[in-house]
Design a protein around this ligand. Sequence first.
Ligand SMILES: [Mn+2]
Length: 351
Amino acid sequence: MTRVLHTADVHLTPDDPEREVALRTLLRRAEEADIDVVTIGGDLFDQPESMEQLRTDLRNDLFSDRPFDIVLIPGNHDIDAYRGDVFFGDACTVITEDPFSHWTAADEDLRITGLPYRERPNDELLLSLQDREPFDGTEVLLLHCSLDAPFDDYETGDEDTRRYFPVTEDLLSELGFDYYLAGHYHSPHKVSFSTGAEFTYPGTPASTSTSETGQRRVSILDLAHGIDFETLETHHYAAREFTVTPGNEERLLGDVAGWADQHASDSAEASIHVDGFIEVDEDEFHEELTAAAAPAAVTNETRSVEHVLSHPLFRSFQEELQEMDWEEKTNEKVTDRTLEVFSQLSARGKI
Ligand SMILES: [Mn+2]
């Protein structure tokens, strides 16, 4: 049975070699995982010019002599790169034909309809997609689009708020494909349509901005199981915020070390942000925090409250708080808020 590895939005550019490394990594994965076809859902290149700079690498190395096919469509970032005759290597099929064309698996159990990027779907396109030549097997639509779903808009890497090829679940469902393999959104998503069809964004295989946090993924389409994600060991950002309270410094340091152990891997650029209040020495705490977080970078916004804690006004406040018979969680919140106010007052020399 035909198996598909789907990626998109590689945004290759000579300025960020880790993206080409990520592409290499996922092609190796495809080889190891017995994949029959790798699909690239648009924005392989960050800009049309990147294509000219990288095309010979692709043709002579990455996209040649592969035990699987590579099917790719243009996205909004690289549509202009494919004007004219471009050859990317013997393993690669670039779908540029307007309005779409097909790629059929050797086993003839799966057919991919590739839709080169355009700004919006119009009736003519939708009708011709509905009228496509019938196929007796699993049908996949490969496209670069903005699915109307509660995803964050910053996720596309585009600075304007224009919707690139806007589509809805209803519109896609009417086309009657079994699977929709998409590009454009930079975080991984999988959506199950009410018709039973499945839609996926694999997200970028290497983070292209610090907002793309977490291990990167590819979508695997297996005709027996549907779509699943697999994680990649490729460049990505990892970030975590912690808040410390006085007396809990040791526990916080343990949590920070635990997180760093798990997330600050070789392929991750990890950062930790800590705020809150401490009752230990600031210098010493900073040193311990940096050591616990290593190799993750630390932003330390904690402040010492030693002088606040010993202030008579704060102490009498705490005594009153003990008498309130509130839940411990409420007490903690009130104490935190009060510490914040006292610290600000003290910073301004008011107490
Ligand atoms: Mn895009």
